[in-house]
Ligand binder design. Structure first.
Ligand SMILES: Cc1ncc(C[n+]2csc(CCOP(=O)(O)OP(=O)(O)O)c2C)c(N)n1
Length: 646
């Protein structure tokens, strides 16, 4: 683990805090000092690991206040998305490992139940925290038993994540159940990109309106939750209440008591409010906290994304240490190609769910703002919206990460596939993604897309192939079509002058050989080529084919490979149930196994692989060049013969 001890910030008080209980004996001013030191420690740690910086810096005071007032891990503190959990990890017995964040065998960049009892619920996808906190509250009331005990359910959720349907489903249910539950709305007016939509404007209005003056009128609202001195009119209380909106908010209509907005960087506001609600609340309470993403670190505050995600960086200058790239990123290639096609076809439009930069649609949004839709963190809506755009004669590209598309699966089935609507799914972050770990791995999309009748499923083997697939998707009007491509940079191949519309369901032969055929689907092709080179040196020249399509399969090519080789091995960056399973089904149906073909399918193992570099993760998965080579030797019995001779 890279341990750099120089340039560490001085943190005398934080050094005495090993667990949240240690905060209980500190005065409020000492807690403020802990918060300052915690901020420095977070910046220092992330400078050596990279990761989510801005969100954590925005909740430093909130983290200290929550841990000082509530009794974790008995009280269940659930961080939404949990990309803001680094300060929480530092306070909850993990400071000694904080510089291993997101690395192989290190701490996860998200909360994780298996990592600590202080992480009662794992996350990484957004908008689950209110459901989870409510579940804990109900389990407590029903007599559920867990080792740390069951106290209060507390959800901390960002304004971006609050815009998702699931958060409102949970609010609706919580308001109905009326159980004691705390929802902290961490409103920093940022998602990854600036937040979009009506909810965001609504939240801004909540604090842009005239300060609330009439204490009397507030009496029946949240003020009844405040401690006596507040109601008696202590000056501070009055000042606080002046800025608060009480009564009549959307949240109150949903059955929550609403308190706020309060300054989330001011412990003298956070601590009394949290202490009060802890003492007095009987039902669901929403505390609206205003924070600044990236707070307290100028380079993060100044960044376009407020330091949402960063590479390792120099703490003094804020300069990120990025390795120069040799090839364009797949995301960029997709974004560029779509812009080019849209110039020639005004029916092409694009949909992203809060990831304009991550999906490369920022380029499209700049050029064709009226045809680009950031729907917020709302994958379900994004898919159905795309379906109706297609039904309305448009050519929508619904660009989502594989892992987030999972959220919109029923919509893919029910709204897109059953109605045979030509939505083009651009599936980014296919396969193992590295530091974000299992929650972000794009492992399942081939399985869940290719089993749908009428869905065309492609995977790009390199960036030139991706160009062709974008064009193929644009030209495909008969039904839905999906193409997947990984995170990161391409192979550095020559780019085509003109994109080619591929024939649906046709693969391509890369090299002809004998005995064994390696049938690749997606970007493992590079490793397959390396394996083939190593095998050539051993006198084995495999045939290599790029399937291009998992649905429909190139039956002719696959059956031909099966007939003319002793062994056939498929390889893909996905879980069981994907491309290889479809090939196996074809071979079984055609009776190929009856004739003795040796068939192997290389897929991700039946485990969730923890974070590491993508290369390390593929090694764990058994899918790098050396492992492909070993598989070939094994299936041909070469290793066994070698062993027998020895
Ligand atoms: C379902 C889902 N879609 C997309 C994302 C990607 N994502 C991670 S954080 C984030 C922004 C969250 O914004 P907000 O809740 O306001 O938190 P902040 O980062 O501003 O603290 C997004 C879109 C995700 N984690 N989950």
């Amino acid at each position: 683990m890279p341990e750099q001890t120089t340039n560490r910030p001085k943190t005398p008080l934080l050094d005495q805090i090993n667990r949240p209980a240690d905060l209980k004996s500190l005065s409020d001013s000492q807690l403020a000092q802990v918060a300052n030191e915690l901020r420095s420690e977070t910046i220092s740690a992330v400078s050596t690991t990279g990761g989510h910086l801005g969100a954590g810096l925005g909740v430093v005071e909130l983290t200290v206040a929550l841990h000082a007032v509530f009794d974790t891990p008995r009280d269940k503190l659930v961080w939404d998305v949990s990309h803001q959990c680094y300060p929480h990890k530092i306070l909850t017995e993990r400071r000694d490992r904080i510089r291993s964040l997101r690395m192989k065998d290190g701490l996860s960049g998200f909360t994780k139940r298996s990592e600590s009892p202080y992480d009662p619920f794992g996350a990484a996808h957004s908008s689950t925290s209110i459901s989870a906190a409510l579940g804990f509250s109900v389990a407590r009331d029903l007599g559920g038993v867990v080792p740390e005990g069951l106290g209060d359910g507390i959800a901390v959720i960002g304004d971006g994540s609050m815009s998702a349907g699931m958060a409102f489903e949970a609010m609706n249910n919580a308001g109905h159940l009326g159980k004691r539950l705390f929802v902290i709305l961490n409103d920093n007016e940022m998602s990854i990109a600036p937040p979009v939509g009506a909810l965001s404007s609504y939240l801004s209005r909540l604090y842009a309106e005239e300060p609330f003056q009439e204490l009397k009128a507030a009496a029946k609202g949240a003020v009844s939750l405040l401690p006596e001195p507040f109601r008696e009119g202590a000056k501070r209380a009055k000042d606080m209440l002046k800025g608060m909106t009480v009564g009549g908010t959307l949240f109150e209509s949903l059955g929550f008591s609403y308190i706020g907005p309060i300054d989330g960087h001011d412990l003298s506001q956070l601590l009394p409010v949290l202490r009060t609600v802890k003492t007095r609340a009987t039902g669901p309470v929403l505390i609206h906290v205003l924070t600044k993403k990236g707070k307290g670190y100028a380079p993060a505050e100044a960044a376009r994304d407020k330091g949402h995600a960063t590479a390792k960086f120099d703490v003094v200058t804020g300069e990120q240490k990025k390795t120069p790239s040799n090839a364009p990123s797949y995301t960029g290639v997709f974004g560029d190609e779509l812009v080019k096609l849209a110039a020639k076809d005004d029916k092409i439009c694009a949909v992203t769910a809060a990831m304009p930069d991550g999906t490369g649609l920022n380029l499209f949004a700049e050029r064709y703002p009226s045809r680009c839709f950031d729907v917020g963190i709302a994958e379900q809506h994004g898919v159905t919206f795309s379906a109706a755009l297609a039904a309305g004669g448009m050519k929508p590209f619904c660009a989502m990460y594989s892992t987030f598309l999972q959220r919109g699966y029923d919509q893919v089935v029910h709204d897109v596939a059953i109605q045979r609507l030509p939505v083009r799914f651009a599936i980014d972050r296919a396969g193992l993604v590295g530091a974000d770990g299992a929650t972000h791995a794009g492992s399942f999309d081939v399985g869940f897309m290719a089993n749908l009748p009428g869905m065309v499923v492609m995977a790009a083997a390199d960036e030139a192939e991706l160009v062709h697939m974008v064009a193929t998707a644009a030209a495909h009007n008969d039904g839905p079509i999906a193409f997947r491509y990984p995170r990161g940079e391409g192979e550095g191949v020559e780019m085509p002058d003109e994109p080619q519309v591929l024939e649906i369901g046709k693969g391509r032969t890369i090299q002809s050989g004998s005995r064994v055929a390696l049938l690749s689907f997606g970007t493992r092709l590079g490793e397959v080529r390396k394996a083939a080179e190593a095998l050539s040196a051993k006198g084995i020249t495999p045939t290599i084919a790029d399937a291009r399509f998992a649905k429909p399969l190139d039956r002719e090519m696959i059956l031909d490979l099966a007939t003319n080789h002793e062994a056939l091995i498929t390889i893909e960056e996905g879980a069981v149930g994907g491309f290889g399973s479809h090939v196996a089904q074809l071979l079984a149906d055609e009776g190929v196994f009856d004739r003795g073909l040796k068939y192997r399918s290389m897929v991700l193992p039946d485990t969730f692989i923890d974070q590491a570099s993508p290369a390390d993760m593929y090694k764990v998965a058994g899918m790098d060049a050396a492992q492909i080579e070993a598989k070939v030797l094994d299936v041909l019995g070469v290793a066994t013969i070698g062993e027998k001779r020895a």
